[in-house]
Design a protein around this ligand. Structure first.
Ligand code: FES
Length: 125
């Protein structure tokens, strides 16, 4: 019997636990302009904007290419855990505490840390 089968079984069980939110995972806390907080489970394969959308947050965007700044978002905590060029090259300048959510992702090490938290808030215009 191949050694791959037990490994696949273990990975499948871990995936089920993650889907059921049994295992703690890194999270993003998004605070809307009205003060509502939403906790978002991190997916390192998706941009911050995609994670926001999947959580039901209607965040503004336009170009989806890092060129317009419509999607910029303020980072209150965890900027070091974000990768601002994960899904493209930022072409629009933003402040030090902001990222372009359409092309920004999270670092893999962050996603695997169950105690890790990034705090985001809609950027004031
Ligand atoms: S939607 Fe244009 S920079 Fe993100």
């Amino acid at each position: 019997m191949s050694a791959k089968i037990p490994l696949l079984l273990i990975l499948s069980i871990l995936s089920i636990f993650r889907i059921l939110s049994i295992l703690p995972m890194a999270k993003i806390i998004y605070k809307d302009e009205d003060g509502t907080s939403t906790e978002i489970i991190v997916d390192p394969e998706k941009s911050v904007l995609e994670m926001l959308e999947e959580a039901g947050i209607d965040y503004p965007f336009s170009c989806m290419a890092g060129a317009c700044s419509t999607c910029k978002i303020t980072v209150h905590k965890g900027k070091e855990d974000l990768k601002d060029d994960a899904f493209g090259t930022p072409m629009y300048p933003v402040d030090d505490n902001e990222v372009l959510s359409c092309i920004c992702g999270v670092n893999k090490a962050f996603a695997e840390n169950p105690d890790a938290v990034i705090e985001l808030e809609k950027t004031e215009e």
